[in-house]
Design a protein around this ligand. Structure first.
Ligand code: NAD
Ligand code: MG
Length: 397
């Protein structure tokens, strides 16, 4: 079997660490070419010691300098680079076959595009790329013969439940609907009044998944499901009305596909990202992931509920952005990133997150977008509007 070369963007994060865990189980299959991070020098040094990549990229120059010094002391041959151009470089190296796109937020969009532009197997965890630039990114994938494999557990489950010959034309494959499952997050049973006072620590305490801070807050507001709705729309060419969000608190079914003959296919498993990661790494083969087998008797019971849009306005805002089209999802995404960051710094209460996003969506008229540059301009504009709003009105008294 030919060894496949891999770059992991965001290797020190939650998805990055899970990816290296799976890769380490298959040294005969995968060779790590490059690892990247923002500032976590300690974790990166540890990963370089184990995986000996050709390149380690730190976005932050000071962190790169520190890493270079430490790596030098160890006598490791890894070349240390910094900056966004280096992230793009390691995502598009000719010897790289697979790129795991696991940087969090809009920061991941340029290197993810670089991977697609050079026709890689793109393992997409960075859902923000599709939210911000859905049709542009899907065209880049198609034009450059890249292979796009979803890592988000729900989208990976949908991918697995669709027919192998799926081409995006639902009329040919008999797909009626996608059932996008959501755990409901830590505040599923919290009253709206109590949500006013939740702390960043409570918001990051997800009942079923251990994840980075940003996606944890997104899960608590249910913006994560909103972003995933937009992600599913682009990945599977599904109209918004073909995607039904289903609250499923146990997170055992990771999503379902309903067919016109009444069949509903689901993918089940323990909530552990190593399953979708292993699936996408080896696709179309199957490999060991380290995930414990599902004990169906212990699970015993699976519950389903309809989503509550009044308690989780972020979900409504995502539907609205998708319906508006053009730059509206990029505006939603940028405002959300600023709002989540402000909440994590205790500058705004939890319940102000959707208020701020809606203000920014109202303030900026959505426009058609054609290029990545158009998207980045909109992203910047929406961030400025969001910071402006926080500075004038949003500070928690
Ligand atoms: P995380 O915060 O744990 O890790 C983020 C990684 O990106 C780190 O390596 C960090 O150093 C790097 N990074 C952060 N800011 C950066 C910047 N400005 N430039 C370059 N690198 C930067 O995040 P995560 O939870 O692993 O999530 C990563 C992505 O995967 C997100 O888009 C998230 O929505 C998606 N995702 C995560 C999970 C999960 O279980 N964690 C599940 C589904 C999808
Ligand atoms: Mg998900």
């Amino acid at each position: 079997m030919a060894v496949r070369n891999i770059t992991i963007l965001g290797s020190t994060g939650s998805v990055g660490i899970s990816t290296l865990d799976v890769v380490a189980r298959h040294p005969d299959r995968y060779q790590v070419i490059a690892l990247t991070a923002n500032k976590s020098t300690g974790k990166m040094l540890e990963q370089c010691r184990i995986f000996r990549p050709l390149y380690a990229v730190m976005l932050d120059p000071t962190s790169a300098e520190n890493l270079r010094t430490e790596i030098g002391k160890d006598g490791i041959k890894t070349e240390v680079l910094c900056g966004i151009e280096s992230l793009e470089k390691v995502a598009s190296l000719p010897e790289v076959d697979i790129v795991m796109a696991a940087i969090v937020g809009a920061a991941g969009i340029r290197p993810t595009f670089a991977a697609a532009l050079t026709g890689k197997h793109v393992l997409l965890a960075n859902k923000e790329t599709l939210v911000m630039a859905g049709h542009i990114f899907m065209n880049v994938v198609k034009e450059n013969h890249a292979t796009l494999l979803p890592i988000d557990s729900e989208h990976n489950a949908i991918f697995q439940s669709l027919p192998r010959e799926f081409t995006g034309d639902h009329t040919k494959t008999g797909v009626r609907r996608i059932l996008l499952t959501a755990s409901g997050g830590p505040f599923r049973q919290t009253s709206l009044a109590d949500m006013e006072h939740v702390t960043p620590e409570q918001a990051c305490n997800h009942p079923n998944w251990v994840m980075g801070q940003k996606i944890s807050v997104d899960s608590a507001t249910m913006m994560n499901k909103g972003l995933e709705l937009i992600e599913a729309h682009w990945l599977f060419d599904a109209a918004p009305e073909q995607i039904q969000v289903v609250i499923h608190p146990q997170s055992i079914i990771h999503s379902m596909v309903e067919y016109i003959d009444g069949s509903v296919l689901a993918q089940l498993g323990n909530p552990d990202m190593r399953t979708p990661i292993a699936h996408a790494l080896a696709y179309p083969e199957r490999i060991e992931s380290g995930v414990a087998p599902l004990d169906i008797f212990k699970v015993a019971k699976l519950d389903f509920e309809a989503p509550d849009f009044s308690k989780f306005p972020c979900l409504r805002l995502a539907y609205k952005a998708l319906a508006s089209g053009g730059s509206a999802p990029a505006i939603l995404n940028a405002a959300n990133e600023v709002a989540v960051e402000a909440f994590l710094k205790s500058r705004i209460p939890f319940t102000t997150i959707p208020i701020l996003i809606e203000k920014v969506m109202e303030a900026i008229e959505p426009k058609d977008i054609f290029t990545l540059e158009d998207v980045l301009i909109v992203d910047n504009l929406a961030r400025k509007a969001a910071y402006g709003w926080i500075n004038s009105e949003g500070i928690d008294s």
